[in-house]
Design a protein around this ligand. Structure first.
Ligand SMILES: [Zn+2]
Length: 103
């Protein structure tokens, strides 16, 4: 029998946009969410419509994915957070930038 690991969330900073995030491993899958919680059902619906998964941060520090059943049941205590969606695009360095000769 095998088990998928879960690790508690740690406060992190997105390396691209520098926003505050929470990173964890939930049932074997790495996840990163915005640190600011969603405070209304409408905010969670908006996040879901944007294609972002939502998670509940439990009092013990675990991020648990909110699938349709968990959203409908809403029985897991904690704050709800949306998956982090970075708005900053990766920048491909040019050769000139790499050698410090960018104009
Ligand atoms: Zn980001």
């Amino acid at each position: 029998m095998s088990y998928l690991i879960s690790k508690t969330a740690a406060e992190t900073t997105c390396p691209r946009c520098r926003r505050q995030t929470l990173s964890a491993i939930e049932e074997g899958i790495p996840c990163r969410v915005d640190r600011a919680p969603l405070t209304t059902p409408a905010a969670e619906i908006t996040a879901l419509l944007d294609g972002r998964h939502t998670f509940v941060l439990t009092p013990r520090g675990y991020l648990i994915h909110r699938d349709a059943g968990r959203i409908a049941g809403n029985t897991i205590p904690g704050t709800i957070h949306a998956e982090h969606q970075c708005t900053t695009k990766a920048h491909q360095l040019t050769i000139d930038e790499m050698i410090g000769q960018a104009k």
